[in-house]
Ligand binder design. Structure first.
Ligand code: ARG
Length: 285
């Protein structure tokens, strides 16, 4: 944390409600992305300590953090962003590509059902907010490695929103939230950052057309999974090694807050992967 003035008074920020899962069951037991190396030791206590700093940072900023119980044998459950997509109080369940993570979908869906949300069981393969990002009125959907394009169509039907499909081409950036950051989801003035080489040419062209003022991330940022940020519209939680991105967002008037999630990077995730945003209220609580 920096010791600057409490940032929630800043224009642009909006209190958020997040769902997180403590990494007490975290390890790298299988390899489903190029960051994962099951032969390399992981330190669960260190992962938990880093995760707690992330959680406490949200709390200090005035955000609400809900918790889902970790389940033994599901080491990737800490990456809550993948658990669902929640928009307008509507929950679109995750349907994971790899068998190792498949039980996480129903576990997260149950959490939402238990908390009064209307949940929709996805028919199509999708990995929640890992690949589905809400930018103002529009939803950006990643595809190429995990989420099927057909899930974007399913989500468009479900939400009535436009879903723009973006194709990922580099396995290091296997989820959209590893290659693209939502800096501001203000519908009037959405702002994003992205790493162009992670996208197919036509998707790059689409991003250039829609977001001519987007911040273009450097290879240095991308290589530390630096795009995996969490923004409340003003405060941006960013990996300490993503130095170019931190400078660039600061220059645009945002407030970068470095939080070390290096232990969780061994599984291929950063701050954003650990954070599922709950948008809109449940029908009953
Ligand atoms: N080990 C996890 C996987 O490969 C990491 C998920 C990271 N989450 C994210 N939102 N990018 O599925």
């Amino acid at each position: 944390m920096t010791n600057e003035r409490p940032a929630l008074t800043a224009p642009g920020s909006r209190p958020r409600r997040y769902l997180m899962c403590e990494p007490s069951a975290y390890t790298v037991a299988y390899e489903i992305n190029p960051w994962m190396d099951a032969s390399r030791a992981t330190d669960t206590a260190r992962a938990v300590a880093q995760w707690r700093v992330l959680r406490d940072t949200y709390l200090t900023l005035g955000h609400t953090v809900e918790l889902i119980e970790p389940i033994k044998g599901l080491p990737d459950m800490v990456y809550a962003a993948n658990g669902a997509l929640v928009v307008d109080g509507l929950v679109y369940s995750a349907k994971f590509r790899y068998p190792e993570r498949q039980p996480e979908g129903p576990a997260y869906q149950k959490w939402f059902a238990d908390h009064g949300f209307v949940t929709h069981t996805a028919a199509e393969i999708n990995e929640g907010e890992g690949d589905i990002l809400v930018v103002g009125d529009v939803i950006l959907g990643g595809t190429g490695f995990r989420t099927e394009r057909s899930a974007h169509a399913e989500l468009a039907r479900l939400t009535g929103r436009e879903v723009v499909s973006l194709e990922l081409v580099d396995p290091h950036f296997y989820h959209l939230d590893t290659a693209l950051s939502v800096l501001s989801d203000d519908a009037a003035e959405p702002q994003i950052a992205y790493y162009p080489p992670a996208f197919a040419a036509d998707s790059r062209a689409e991003l250039e057309r829609r977001y001519p003022d987007a911040l273009i991330a450097t290879a240095r940022d991308a290589e530390v999974l630096g795009l995996n940020v969490v923004s409340d519209g003003y405060n941006i939680i960013v990996a300490p090694d993503a130095v170019d991105l931190a400078d660039a967002v600061r220059a645009r008037g945002f407030h970068p807050i470095p939080v070390d999630t290096s232990e969780l990077l061994k599984g291929g995730g950063g701050a954003k992967c650990c954070t599922l945003e709950i948008r809109g209220a449940a029908v009953r609580s």
